[in-house]
Ligand binder design. Sequence first.
Ligand code: NAD
Length: 370
Amino acid sequence: MSNTQELTTVRQDLHKAVIESMQNGGHEQVVHFYDHLTGLKAIVAIHNTWLGPALGGTRMWAYNNEQEALTDVLRLSRGMTYKAAITGLNLGGGKAVIIGDSRTVKNEALMRRFGKFVNGLAGRYITAEDVGVNTRDMEYIARETEFVTGLPEFLGGGGDPSPVTAYGVYLGMKSSAKEVYGSDSLNGKKILVQGTGKVGQHLVDHLIKEGATVYINDINQENLALVTKTHPSVKVVESEGMFDLDIDIYAPCALGATINTESLERLRCAIVAGAANNQLADEMTHGNMCREKGILWAPDFLINAGGLINVSVELEGYNRERAMSATENIYQAAQNVFKMAKELNITTIEAAKQVAEKRMEEIGRIKLSY
Ligand code: NAD
């Protein structure tokens, strides 16, 4: 087979994979963008716009190939639909990925080109920050399109959303404690926070203030040192043996999929509540395992929605108090999910998805009939 024939076959396979994945995941639109001048390669996935324009961050990552990037953007955009719906926002779910190492190939021209691409989608997709992309990049994108949020404060934006995300996670954790212990006080609770990055650090502040005993784990020594400097009582634990600790609450604030068969065989906590997206390695299997083990899993896309709330407030004219006060709804929303899961004898992820889908159908039906 010649090189050209081989390339054609690869492209046909990718095209087939896109269509199949869209059909399976219920995505509305997937758009690929190549710019030969800057070398930009990006994909935008719009999962659902029944509630409003699709909003979701842009992730820049050195994916090994386009298939890997596609799988990521499809999965992430679907998650954004559920996050916006369960939070009661009038937004749909979308996400973008830029293929490349943000540390070496990102520059103003590339981000502005990406902004032009987003602009071409005419408001069906609104972009924001994600891994590998910061408020400076949003500034570049904003020079080419109005469909961007997560701008720096001096441009009227909300700046870093992490404190708002951490506040929502903290309230989601308190709501979980109320469900399990009958009181939402975290005083004296032993809590392991994995990941002391932007969200983890703010979360630890809340937990210490409330009198919890906090353990932290991270692969980044500098981030660990920042926390122990501010809070000398916090104990650093190694990854090895971390899940065997005698703790009440585990807060995953680093990566996804840390709730898996291996960790669940060892975890002895009563609650899992953290900021990381896609914590359950497999939604069905590990959602059920949590339930069988008597671990209350607080749905990640519900309790980490503070960041999305923050950027959605920016679309109306930013106000930090409004973002914080809207984030407070997470406490009651989590209570409702726990109640529903108990009454219907289903997992908390099934309950959370049902709440989100109900809103999408009810409000989506009204909006589609305009
Ligand atoms: P961050 O990059 O600032 O921090 C992540 C931390 O996790 C870093 O300190 C990193 O060293 C650590 N880490 C990475 N791999 C690890 C491992 N194997 N073991 C232990 N530690 C590890 O990210 P962030 O903004 O704090 O976000 C944390 C999580 O919350 C991410 O999963 C993110 O997707 C999710 N989230 C963040 C926001 C937000 O507003 N920042 C909103 C919603 C969800």
